[in-house]
Write a protein that binds this ligand. Structure first.
Ligand code: FMN
Length: 308
């Protein structure tokens, strides 16, 4: 038997134990209701909700998603049902599942993050929060919270005031110094870090001579970004005292193993699910087989093994 379980909250009061290191990435799996009709959700390492805001949002103008030669550019614009509908309609269903359940939250201001954390704190079926800081702070002229380690630290401090749940901070890959950001987050209470969100990107429709996406700009994900994910995970691991979750271009078992060797304790599967809805489940089986073939009894043994 291979031990695939991992703990994403080694420092905090509440453990965050996943049965295996494969999560589904926020926004690429909706709120898991659709695929739960066809697949065994409880077999996953964990589910992560669509980015959830205080009010419902209808998102950006279409087109909102385009295929590139090696990935996707999306500009969904945080379409979501809002926290109150999430609590009313989704949490009761999640409560019937055994799978670790994480809510991805996003605020326009620092107090909004606190309100979201407080509203979710009382639900036992929510195991952790993932805090998306790749979004504009309307009180600071629209600069992303995650671009400034001080602002990012303020967000995590505010969230921690309102919840006992483990808090995973999801960072942007485009920051001036990802190691400084990591240090600021862990010093201010982050329990784990997701590395990372999508990469700013766009496409021009040469026939129309204008941007293809309705919102002009979007975020690139998929195979195109994997090597940058590996680099960022490796850099973060060099300074991290908290677990890392890799997100970006994890399409196959080998990508997951590579990210773990670079320092990730877990991985998120996003764009791969659009190509093959079975991808997260296949990658779980693939990791187990890889461990057996390589005489690894505990998946934790490979975390960071390639970092010098
Ligand atoms: C259609 C789409 C919607 C997304 N929505 C969110 C979101 O609401 N919140 C968030 O933190 N990340 C969101 N993401 C980013 C993914 O969670 C993930 O970090 C990113 O796609 C990189 O992983 P991948 O290359 O495996 O897709 C979204 C990505 C896509 C493609």
């Amino acid at each position: 038997m291979v031990n695939l379980s991992i703990n994403l909250n080694k420092s905090g009061k509440q453990d965050l134990i996943l049965p295996n290191p494969v999560l589904v990435a926020s926004g690429t799996f909706s709120n898991a209701l659709e695929l739960s009709k066809y697949k065994d959700i409880d077999h996953l390492g964990g589910i992560i909700s669509k980015g959830t805001t205080i009010n419902a949002r209808s998102g950006n103008d279409s087109p909102r998603i385009i295929e590139t030669p090696s990935g996707l550019i999306n500009s969904i614009g945080f379409q979501n049902i809002g926290i109150n509908s999430f609590i009313r309609d989704i949490i009761p269903i999640w409560g019937k599942w055994k799978v670790p359940a994480i809510v991805n939250i996003m605020g326009n201001t620092i107090p909004e993050y606190g309100i979201l954390a407080k509203k979710l704190d009382k639900f036992n079926s929510i195991d952790a929060l993932e805090i998306n800081i790749s979004c504009p702070n309307v009180e600071a002229g629209g600069i992303e919270f995650g671009q400034d380690p001080k602002q990012a630290a303020n967000v995590i401090q505010e969230v921690k005031k309102h919840t006992e749940k483990p808090c995973i901070v999801k960072v942007s890959p485009i920051v001036s110094n990802i190691q400084e950001l990591t240090k600021a987050l862990q010093a201010n209470g982050a329990d784990a870090i997701t590395v990372s969100n999508t990469y700013p990107a766009m496409e021009i429709d040469i026939n129309k001579r204008k941007p293809t996406l309705g919102a002009k700009f979007g975020g690139l994900s998929g195979p195109a970004v994997k090597s940058m994910t590996i680099r960022n995970v490796y850099s973060v691991y060099q300074v991290a005292t908290i677990p890392i979750i890799a997100s970006g271009g994890i399409m196959h078992t080998e990508d997951a193993i590579e990210a773990m060797m670079a320092g990730a304790s877990a991985v998120q599967i996003g764009t791969a699910t659009y190509l093959d809805p079975d991808a997260p489940w296949n990658i779980i089986d693939g990791i187990e087989t890889w461990c057996k073939n390589n005489v690894i009894n505990d998946i934790n043994d490979i975390v960071g093994c390639a970092v010098e």
